[in-house]
Design a protein around this ligand. Sequence first.
Ligand SMILES: [Zn+2]
Length: 334
Amino acid sequence: MILKTLQPYTNYFVPTIPRTPTNRYASIVLLRETKSYAIFTTEGGEQQDVEEVPAGLTHAEPTTRLVMFKRKQVAPERRTGKALLRQYGVFPYAIRDGRVLYGEEAAQIQNHYDDCYLTEGLCTHCPDCLIYGYAAIEAEGARKARLMTDTCFTVRPYEIIQKQVKFNVIDEARHTSGTITEYDYTTPGVFLPAVETTVDLTADEFTYVLGNVLRTTRYGKEGTRQGFVRNHILAIAFSDVELFANLEFTQALYDAFVDAGIDLAADGLTLADFQQHAEAVIQRLTGQLTGRLTLVTGEELAGILEDVRALNQNEERLAGFLRDLNTQSASFVV
Ligand SMILES: [Zn+2]
């Protein structure tokens, strides 16, 4: 049951999960915006992750930017999707004689799947496993992800989007102030432009990925200090070639803001600034593409997003959708 608003684009998706690549790319062009203080570090890191890179493509002076690694973007979205599969009754499921069974019927079969979780308990047959991939699992081999992204970078320099905060930890037993801990935070209202490129997904698999992006709101250092991040979708692009790197997207936006006379050191950036410049920036980055491109923005994009929201708001429809999706992936035999 392909979403009505995605039907005009059926040719850009695969009808069934393919055995070999056909390079049908559907890219989600988005902005990740911090809506609270957040910490972006690799495990155990005290300082946030930064990188010195050319500020723009034309304005190429070096600048230091906050970075969000690929795993920090995709892992929370995978967890969102997996929790949804659990909540809406995809588990337990079983595969028997090429048929996919659920509930009581599945539970009675010896080799049924009760759950699927990162990183040790991947079931290798559910939509998450088939879309996002998995590393080598005994007797199952490995599966390459059909979703690609890379590190994303802030537009504004690190120095002005970061804040050191000191905490005085009070010892309750002794009524004394104990250790002073200092944290390095990203401030609210910081934008990280990104592209998530899906390759050879069915239209329903794409709907699942888009839902995960729209539902996920917690990114950054795992545990209680994760920050609230709002994802804003700027465009969906269908192509037969990859579009651009996240860094190029950030750099082209930087050029556009500087050329528009925005002082990035003094002025904050708003969502409206990005929305105003995004389309021209995407056009600039894809103008020399060695391949075809269909860009979906404006009302068509709003229609697709509304369709995805409506599906996610309807418990019964969503449960049916997720089970059908799982039936498609579990029926896929390598
Ligand atoms: Zn799985």
